[in-house]
Write a protein that binds this ligand. Sequence first.
Ligand SMILES: [Zn+2]
Length: 265
Amino acid sequence: MGFGDELLGTGFARGAKARGKRIAFGDGKRIIWNHLSEQIFKGNPNIAPPGSENDRDIEWHPFCRGNRIYNRQVGDRWEWNYSFRPILGEVFFTPDEIEFGKRHGSGFVVIEPNMQVKGFGPNKQWTVDRYDAVANKLASEGHRIRQFYYGAGHRLAAAEQIKTPSFRHAARILKNAALYIGPEGGLHHASAAVGIPAVVLFGGFIPPGVTGYGTHTNLAAPGTPCGSLSACEHCKAAMASISVGDVMDAARAFLSGAKSDIVAA
Ligand SMILES: [Zn+2]
C-alpha cells in the first residue's frame, strides 16, 4: 500500500524522541524505507533515517517495506492479523505547508470518491454515484465540500477541487477540515494523524478492527473480510450493503458534534 503504511509507522514511533530514542524501521541490521517514507517521515524526530543503523539511540521496529505486520499474503489474498492495532500517526509540517493549508480555509468536508489502486482497489470502492449523493446532500445542508484533484478519477459535482503539490500538502488541508469521508487508505490514515473525524468505507475487504481508528466511524459489512487481491463480487456486495443513509447518519453525527470522541493529534 501507499502513504497509509508510512503513516502507521509514525504512530509506532510516536513519543520515541522523548524517551531519548529514534525508531529504526527494518530487520535489525538495515533500515528499510520505501519511496514514500522520506516524504511522510520528513521532520519527524522519532524516526531514524537509513544510514543511522549504528547510532546509539536506535530502537528497532520490524514494521517496514515487505513486513507490514497487519497482513500476510496467502495465495491470492491477504490474511489479516487480528491482533494488530494502529496508533494515531503524526506529520511534522513545514512552515510552507502550514501556510498552504491556511490559504484553503477550514470547516469543510473532504470527500475522496476514488480508490485507484490496481488489483484489490475495486474491493475498497464504494460506488461514485453514492459518493455524489452524499456530497449533494451535505452541500444542500450548507456544508462546503472539497475533493483533492490529481488529474484522474471521478469528480464530485458538489465539490471544489483542490490541487496539491504533494500528499503532505493534502494532509495539511485535511487538518483544517471538519470531516473526511472516503475509503480505507492513505487519507483515512492521514485524517487520524491530523486529528480529524472520518467516516471510513471499509466494506468487506479489510477489518476495521485491524486498520481502523476509534476516533472514526468505520462502516463495514457483516461477515469475515476476504482480503482478496483481485476484484471480488463479495466485496462489491459488501460495499453495496452500505447505504447513502448510513454514511449520512455517521457524517451528521460528527458534524453536529454528537460524536465528539476525537483525540487531537
Ligand atoms: Zn471480497
